[in-house]
Design a protein around this ligand. Structure first.
Ligand code: CU
Length: 259
């Protein structure tokens, strides 16, 4: 199992180990089936060769072994489904953290050809209005700064900053075609679909710099649709967050803000 895991990207989220364990188990099963069926195929080629069996049998194999093996394989698949896949799905995909919880970092991620735009709601906790009509080369997300909720919103391109060990709730959408938000070290992958806001969540647990890869062929520039995700300590993240807020309100008196 460890040899398999050495080939995987680093595990940088709390659920990564569980996803990897599932992947490894499924691959062991596939390996056993592949070798088993391969050997059986070669055996059959010899055993039922024309020279030894001039007349074909129309009934086929009737032994108990083949039936037993098929039942065993089906049983293993049911066990994987019931004891790994379904509980993991319930925990990973269905059980979202609460948006109103102060410990949860909420971010909007908007994909477009060929970059990622991030929008943080700011201290007021409310996302400002965005409008496709306002999209320009400088304002890729089309944020309306005249909206009171938008005044404190932090917007970044191709750079997602997150604190370590806190649940992250991403609202994922797309401005044009289908993209896919792929965070390999976090074991997160979710399609971004125009007209939909899809929630994704994870808990990053390893400080570092990772890549956001678009995992859907989304056009000619797909190869360069590459963003970065930086996981920082709580103090570093707060510093970055406060600096961003200060830049947004240069005239305002510095007031302490909670991330
Ligand atoms: Cu893309």
């Amino acid at each position: 199992m460890q040899t398999f895991l050495a080939m995987f990207p680093k595990q940088a989220s709390t659920h990564a180990a569980e996803v990897d364990q599932m992947t490894v188990l499924v691959h062991w099963l596939m390996l056993v089936l592949f070798v088993g069926w391969g050997l059986f195929f070669i055996f059959v080629l010899f055993r039922f060769r024309r020279g030894a069996n001039p007349k074909a049998s129309y009934t086929g194999a009737k032994g108990k072994i083949s039936k037993g093996l098929e039942v065993a394989v089906a049983l293993i698949e049911v066990l994987l489904l019931v004891f790994y896949a379904i509980p993991a799905w319930a925990k990973r995909v269905k059980a979202f953290p609460s948006e109103s919880d102060a410990g949860v970092v909420v971010v909007r991620v908007v994909a477009h050809q060929f970059a990622w735009e991030m929008q943080y709601p700011g201290p007021d906790g409310k996302f400002g209005r965005t409008d496709p009509k306002l999209v320009t080369a400088e304002n890729n997300i089309g944020i309306d700064r005249t909206d009171p909720n938008a005044k404190d919103d932090i917007v970044t391109t191709n750079q997602l900053m997150l604190p370590v060990d806190r649940p992250v709730l991403v609202h994922l959408s797309s401005q044009d075609v289908i993209h896919s938000f792929g965070l390999y070290e976090m074991r997160v992958k979710q399609d971004a679909i125009p007209g939909m806001s899809i929630p994704v969540w994870f808990i990053p647990n390893r400080v570092g710099e990772y890549e956001i890869a678009c995992s859907q062929l989304c056009g000619l520039g797909h190869f360069r649709m590459r963003g970065f995700i930086t996981i920082q300590s709580a103090a570093d993240y707060k510093k970055w967050y406060d600096d961003q807020e200060k830049e947004l309100q240069p005239a305002a008196v510095a007031t302490p803000t909670a991330p």
